[in-house]
Design a protein around this ligand. Structure first.
Ligand code: ARG
Length: 723
């Protein structure tokens, strides 16, 4: 008896230790076991100080920043820290060639100098478990019926729990692949202003060469402020708005860190799929990822050619380029790591265990055979879908048409559309054409259109080509094996479309009709590949596959929890862009045989990487001077007599966590998380407990940049600095 008890206890704690730094925990459901482990690892705060529904707590300082990042409140006047790459688009949009804040950096010397943006931020008010309500309404339903009903039920709850007047928005999140449903209630604030940013050479130091890699020397931070109306309520931008008075803000510690120190990261990880099947891993490594990488290569190459030529084009394309490049490198790295660690084989092994357990259980025994069939049915169309999304729609012109002119055609040809809906579609087309033209670089877009049309011909199965398209192309422009054919065609599309011709566009808009749209060669291109081919013939297969995948995924997770009830109690749900806490430690690592990576980088490394005038490794002259003089002030690391730039921790984060606060045992800010390491780029599908690291910018470097390099003492004075 005693022995059994002991082994049970041991296996639980072993299992737990092995997975200690893995986990994106829901603060609401932070089990006692998880909390106890945090304390054991060094946490000094009580559970109530972390998360409390009735009074202010740490969670009130953590926000959704913009569309897909995290930010944190760091002063009593609504000051926000986030990453430079999260503020990038806003900073680029506020920049002109005369006031190039992206290139030169910017610090508001007083609140009057802060720059309005179109950004919003969201505060989490509370979380409610609505699992019972959702599950009751789904009783007995499967497949498409269940899928549709679930969407309707979630939409109804979202609506019921939202309040437009109070800017309250509720979004129910499906967790554990549809085995649990939590309603997240947010309040959205619409007046967010730029307070400061370092020059791009600092904020994006190392560029795409260093991206997703350690050792790193990027000053990836930017500063914003959230405003309210004079009554303290959320509001759109207005001159008489006032800085928000937050419920909570984070103190900043410049005491420094050492290997092994406790670290926790709060924020909004966007998505993981840790229970992806071996079939899914194979689809990623064989088809989806390589297709995306190949097509993005093309887009990036043509964009960069133009950006190099002219600083105005660089500013115009910078933000779009950065986001395409970011996931280009991610998916390339993901493929390599998935293959290197044989994640397919690991998944297979686990699935075999599951299949053995499922034998004779009616609910589960056919799950894997069915799932395999579902993948087999979809796999043959997967490449085409990628070539539409990343190739055909990789042209900004085509992407504009897809988002606004296809919907416009729809309202023009469908009977019974109201005048109001028609007007809405027309206004959207007009408004977004302006935005599109503003960002459009024709030479690169033309080349993208030509090359992606060629690659589609070469790489996608012939029987999935748009009917007649390539035959006509050959007749009118030349041999399909010849690149020049596609260039001639693309040049024709660009010179003949009305989208670049104000006079013809205005005439069309004065009296919009479907026939004119359909006669436009650019519109025609997208119709051929998208509406008439992908959407009408292949999208139904994709929808079927997606639905089946969701259904089988839900059963798989339900089964896994039944199979191992002890482990089930300590499982965390996949990331769903909902608030999570991850805890771990500052930690060095060994990326490969004979190589050791220290847990911090310093200014010494900045000087080693520095290349004057380089596209990615340049730095402000003043920064070089200050570093050479070792003018680090109170931000110096005492033990190293140097300025620490970045550090790594064992925390489990992913895209969406960008800008997240890294906190020490007392809940004080010690850094901003901004990246993951190359050796663990398979982290969305499989967590590697030895190699996974989060890359952070040290808060002392952030403050040094603001203070010594930027001279913005007004910002430093606002912070609560712990020395
Ligand atoms: N890898 C970072 C992330 O996803 C983004 C870095 C942006 N920088 C860049 N060079 N594209 O959070």
């Amino acid at each position: 008896m005693k022995k059994i008890f002991l082994t049970l206890f041991l296996s639980v704690s072993l299992l737990f230790r092995a997975a200690a730094d893995e986990g994106m925990w829901l603060p609401l459901l932070l089990g006692q076991q998880v909390y106890n482990d945090m304390v054991k690892k060094g946490l000094k705060l009580t559970k109530d100080q972390l998360y409390n529904i009735n009074k202010a707590s740490l969670k009130d300082a953590i926000i959704i920043f913009g569309g897909g990042c995290t930010g944190e409140i760091v002063s009593a006047e609504g000051l926000i820290f986030t990453n430079h790459h999260c503020g990038y688009d806003a900073i680029a949009s506020a920049s002109t060639m005369d006031h190039n804040y992206l290139r030169d950096g910017f610090y508001a010397r007083n609140k009057g100098e802060e720059i309005p943006t179109t950004l919003t931020v969201q505060f989490l008010l509370r979380i409610e478990d609505v699992t019972k309500e959702v599950m009751d309404s789904l009783q007995g339903l499967t497949g498409a019926e269940r899928w549709k009903k679930q969407m309707d039920v979630l939409a109804a709850i979202n609506k019921r729990m939202s309040d437009a007047d109070q800017y309250i928005e509720t979004r129910v999140s499906s967790l554990f692949k549809g085995n649990q449903f939590l309603a997240f209630v947010y309040q959205r604030y619409g007046d967010v202003r730029i307070v400061g940013a370092p020059p791009e050479s600092v904020g994006k130091f190392g560029g795409d060469t260093d991206n997703w890699e350690w050792p790193r020397h990027t000053g990836d931070f930017s500063i914003f402020r959230v405003y309210t109306n004079p009554e303290g309520k959320p509001a759109k931008y207005a001159g008489n708005n006032i800085p928000m008075k937050p419920k909570w803000y984070l103190p900043v510690s410049i005491k420094g860190l050492k290997d092994g120190d406790f670290a926790m990261i709060w924020g909004y990880p966007g998505g993981t799929n840790r229970y992806e099947t071996s079939y899914g891993v194979q689809l990623a490594t064989d088809i989806n990822n390589p297709s995306l990488v190949k097509l993005r290569d093309v887009r990036l190459k043509y964009m960069f050619e133009e950006m190099k030529k002219d600083p105005a084009i660089k500013l115009q394309l910078a933000s779009s380029y950065a986001s395409i490049a970011n996931y280009w490198k991610f998916y390339d790295g993901e493929t390599k790591q998935l293959l290197k660690y044989d994640v397919f084989g690991q998944k297979k092994k686990f699935e075999e265990k599951f299949i053995a357990w499922a034998k004779g259980k009616p609910e589960y025994q056919y799950l894997f055979p069915d799932w395999e069939k579902s993948y087999a049915a979809w796999n043959k169309y997967a490449r085409q879908r990628m070539y539409v999304n990343e190739g055909v729609l990789g042209s900004p012109l085509m992407s504009y048409i897809g988002s606004y002119l296809i919907p416009l055609e729809n309202v023009l040809i469908k009977p019974g559309i109201s005048k109001a809906d028609k007007k809405k579609a027309i206004d959207a087309a007009i408004e977004n054409r302006k935005k599109f033209l503003d960002k459009e670089n024709k030479p690169s877009d033309l080349n993208i259109l030509a090359t992606t049309t060629m690659l589609f011909y070469q790489d996608v199965d012939k029987d999935q080509h748009p009917i007649g398209f390539y035959g006509t192309l050959k007749n009118q422009y030349g041999p399909l094996s010849d690149e020049a054919t596609y260039k001639k065609y693309a040049a024709d599309v660009f010179s003949k479309t009305m989208i670049f011709d104000d006079a013809r566009w205005d005439a069309f808009i004065a009296n919009p009709d479907a026939a004119t749209l359909q006669a436009d060669p650019a519109f025609n291109h997208l119709s051929a590949f998208y509406t008439n081919n992908y959407v009408s013939k292949y999208m139904p297969f994709f929808q079927q596959f997606t639905m089946q995948n969701a259904e089988y995924g839900r059963l798989f997770l339900k089964g896994i929890m039944e199979m191992d009830p002890v482990k089930a109690k300590m499982m965390y749900p996949d990331a769903t862009f909902t608030m999570r806490v991850s805890y771990g430690a500052v930690k060095s690592y060994r990326p490969r045989d004979a190589v050791f990576y220290d847990y911090v980088t310093t200014s010494k490394g900045l000087l080693e990487k520095y290349k004057a005038g380089d596209y990615e490794f340049d730095l402000p002259a003043r920064q070089i001077e200050l570093i050479k003089k070792k003018d680090f002030g109170q931000y110096a690391d005492k033990t190293r007599n140097d300025l620490v730039i970045g550090f790594i921790t064992t925390n489990d984060i992913t895209g969406g966590n960008s800008g997240s606060p890294v906190l020490n045992a007392n809940g004080e800010l010690i850094g901003l998380a901004f990246d993951g390491n190359y050796e663990a780029l398979s982290h969305k599908l499989a967590f590697d407990k030895d190699l996974n690291r989060t890359i952070n910018v040290d808060i002392r470097y952030v403050l040094w940049c603001i203070d010594k390099l930027g001279g913005a003492f007004n910002i430093i004075k606002e912070l609560k600095i712990v020395k």
